[in-house]
Design a protein around this ligand. Sequence first.
Ligand code: FES
Length: 153
Amino acid sequence: MSQVTDYSEKVMDHFTNPRNMGEIENASGVGTVGNAKCGDIMRMYLDIDENHIVQEAKFKTFGCGAAVATSSMATELVKGKSVNEALEVTNKAVMEALDGLPPVKVHCSLLAEQAIHAALWDYAEKNGITIDGLKPPVNDIDETEEFYQMQGE
Ligand code: FES
């Protein structure tokens, strides 16, 4: 349990009281990624308006507390941003907003960044647009049975 003391108050707050957990029906973009290091999964939903502004962001995860906290913070940070600005919500930016993460948990924060990118990619593809600087998702996972089973759906 000594690990608990390694987490900042903000991490503990977002872990125990996560913002924007859930899903968005008919989301503008959905991205699902897996963490190569631990095998955990994250799905991000974005609702984006006609001016390419992120109006709503929600996430679901089969990941650890650090993944929950970073995704919670990441969804808060992307809301109200343009799709280009949302790209700048990197795992580094999210970790800074959370006052840091223990080094062994840094890989968990990558899930949020990659899932946002995958959701933006999905949005861009659906709308036939290009978002400057956005690369195809490295490990986008399509409708994984595994994900739904783990979510108990
Ligand atoms: Fe898998 Fe943190 S241990 S996301």
